[in-house]
Design a protein around this ligand. Structure first.
Ligand SMILES: [Zn+2]
Ligand SMILES: [Zn+2]
Length: 310
């Protein structure tokens, strides 16, 4: 399973239907919270998202609409009887904020917070397991540092082409083939090779890019992603405003998706100056048809893009 659940899709100000930025990413049994605008814990409850498997929180940058929900979130997790450690990856300064807040409110949490500062000024894989990896994406925003995140879901097991194999093959050999081991006879001759009887599915990728101005330097890092989430704070008629405030327009987000050869585009971080989100969709679709709008409470499954399946 590789799922993105939108908890907030508004820019700086929330609206009655759009909270400040936050998303839950689920990769198999692991959950990540990405950004934590005000009211994020309420969104968790409202959308019935379990925090049981939540192990990581990533904060992209320290504009208030991306982290002011964090302290309430951490305290509420404690009230849910959490005991397992929680890893927070964020700009280095956030650690002082968390510690000061806990100190002046005389709050002790029953679980451990393990704080890790994100790499600055460079992109690297900062978290990796057998099932996934996460790489930071340096973004071009007014406040520095600002990072996006590239999530890669790995496919550690090979897929067996069962129709090519004899029906009575022992289960042990299926396990070997899945693990990449050839099936041999007693004379060490290969009977069924990994190469001929299995395939390795490509990795599946989701890139989260909020907040940023149009920045083509990002393209090599997000090339061929299956889904690109890109902020679209403005419509292109306000391109100058977007540029001045280090944000992007819907058209620029679509240009990024096109140039990155992304398979699907998800737009979010909409400014409240626009009362209707349809023009964002129309603008992006004019050059990148496979575009969707982030809506609070909606989940998107990250699947391999069509061209990679062929
Ligand atoms: Zn923002
Ligand atoms: Zn910002």
């Amino acid at each position: 399973m590789f799922l993105v659940t939108i908890l907030g899709s508004s820019a700086a100000m929330p609206t009655p239907t759009r909270n400040q930025t936050s998303q839950i990413i689920t990769i198999e049994n692991t959950r990540f919270l990405v950004d934590c605008g005000d009211g994020t814990f309420v969104q968790i409850l409202r959308n019935g998202v379990s925090t049981k498997n939540l192990k990581y929180i990533f904060i992209s940058h320290l504009h208030t609409d991306h982290f002011t929900g964090l302290m309430a979130f951490l305290v509420c997790l404690g009230m849910q009887s959490r005991h397992s450690p929680l890893y927070i990856y964020a700009p280095a300064d956030l650690e002082q904020y968390i510690n000061l807040h806990l100190k002046i409110s005389q709050t002790t949490l029953d679980y451990e917070i393990i704080f890790q500062a994100l790499p600055e000024g460079k992109s690297e894989v900062f978290l990796e397991t057998a099932h996934f990896s996460v790489q930071n994406l340096p973004l071009e925003h007014r406040i520095k540092p600002c990072n996006g995140f590239l999530f890669t879901k790995k496919n550690p097991k090979r897929t067996i082409l069962a129709e090519k194999l004899p029906k009575n093959l022992l289960p042990k050999y299926y396990i070997d083939l899945q693990a990449g081991i050839d099936v041999k006879n007693e004379n060490d001759e290969i009977l069924f090779s990994v190469e001929d009887y299995t395939i390795l599915l490509p990795e599946c990728k989701y890139a989260y890019c909020s907040d940023t101005k149009y920045n083509t330097e990002l393209l090599p890092l997000i090339q061929n992603v299956d889904v690109l989430y890109h902020e679209a704070t403005f419509l292109h008629k306000d391109a100058q405003k977007a540029n001045n405030t280090y944000h992007s327009t819907a058209l620029e987000a679509a240009q990024m998706a096109q140039q990155a050869n992304a398979k699907q585009l998800l737009l979010g971080h909409f400014s409240i100056r626009y009362h209707d989100s349809k023009p964002f969709l129309e603008e992006a679709k004019s050059i990148f048809p496979n575009t969707y709008l982030a809506e609070d409470g909606v989940s998107f499954e990250i699947q391999l893009g069509e061209r990679e399946k062929e």
